[in-house]
Write a protein that binds this ligand. Sequence first.
Ligand code: URP
Ligand code: ZN
Ligand code: ZN
Length: 476
Amino acid sequence: MSTLLISGGTVVSATGRTRADVLVDGERIVALVEPGSTALGADLASSVDRVVDATDKYVIPGGIDAHTHMELPFGGTQASDTFETGTTAAAWGGTTSIIDFAVQKYGEAVETGLAAWHEKAGGNCAVDYGFHQIIGGVDEQSLKAMETLVDEGITSYKLFMAYPGVFYSDDAQILKAMQKAAELGLMTMMHAENGPAIDVLAEQLYNQGKTGPYFHGIARAWQMEEEATHRAIMLADLTNAPLYVVHVSAKQAVAQLAAARDRGKNVFGETCPQYLYLSLEEQLGAGGEDGFEGAKWVCSTPLRSRAEGHQDAMWAGLRTNDLQMVSTDHCPFCMKDQKELGRGDFRAIPNGIGSIEHRMDLLYQGVVTGELTLERWVELTSTTPARMFGLHGTKGVIAPGADADIVVYDPNGHTSIGYEQTHHMNMDHSAWEGFEIDGHVDVVISRGSVVVSDGAFHGRAGHGKFLKRGLTQYLS
Ligand SMILES: NC(=O)NCCC(=O)O
Ligand SMILES: [Zn+2]
Ligand SMILES: [Zn+2]
């Protein structure tokens, strides 16, 4: 086992910052010591196997991206990142754990879907990984199978109020699943959009000749998200099931979450970088209402109007803790052969954006602009994901006993995001082309191994271990 000292940096946690050196032994953090300390023996730096210089840099817990979709089958194709390419890109961006969604399709046993996900991920991940379970068909068999999830280390599951005919659950199914989840202590994750109504609107738009990607955003109106969010909250309240609403993008949905939280409900919300920075007008409307360029940014929930103030509301929600986390919903598709499937019919464009590599950098811009504190940045991207999804103590903190998942972040560095410059995701374009980032992920350590340093990747597929998660540690 080798030892490592990260010296001279400022260690940032969710609650404060301090000048300290971090001592790592094998896969774990063993001590935080005063810079240059000799407390653990004379000249610590010369007695360890390796020193990472973090002078003038931040030392933060590795990012945890709790919403990814590697190899997700969708719209007749599948998300273009494998577990190997996606977790390698994650490492480049300072994310040292992901939680991906294992899929149970209609007519398939939960166990079969889960086994398939272990097969895809096992031995292929460059950083640690866990699973949530998508329940795509709530019935007696899948409700029974939910009882085995906790033992599998899968303590959260996702339902969809959207995508009729694919993953959709109706209210009766949601109610039954939530009753079961409340009994078991599982976190219910909800894709909250009124799918049946959206499908009607989408068909009407298509029949009017409105076929471009822009109309994806029009069909998925904010009312569809607000209504579904409200309905999910009410069903969760009725069943006493904790609820985590994924990929929130409408300001009205944030208001629903805030109102429920003000009533003391265990209701949580996640937004994604795309809902903080991108918009209906600028991206989905790229090339005009009939242009196809906007297909790059077709995702659900959709990008929303900047004029209506949704992006500002997401930042405000992050500040006030009405939203608790920022995940990517990383679900990449290439333009060629994938997004192209929906040329002439926006309904057939595979839904998803790739961002896993840029989440830490993009959120750090909130620190630069004064929207977030440094501590809140760490909380949103690492500490809360660990607590929300049963990893606290092992992940999400820089403390003795925790896994040595550590990022050295240079606030004086700079990153120009671009397909040619910084891209490691398996896509043929970047949804973030041209974004200029103040700050830079310098060194990434995953369970004690330096996987990124000096602008090079030193990790390997298979280093990442499956994370058997505990129950949420975030309930009020
Ligand atoms: N979000 C998205 O557009 N694609 C991935 C599937 C989902 O999360 O709904
Ligand atoms: Zn979703
Ligand atoms: Zn998703």
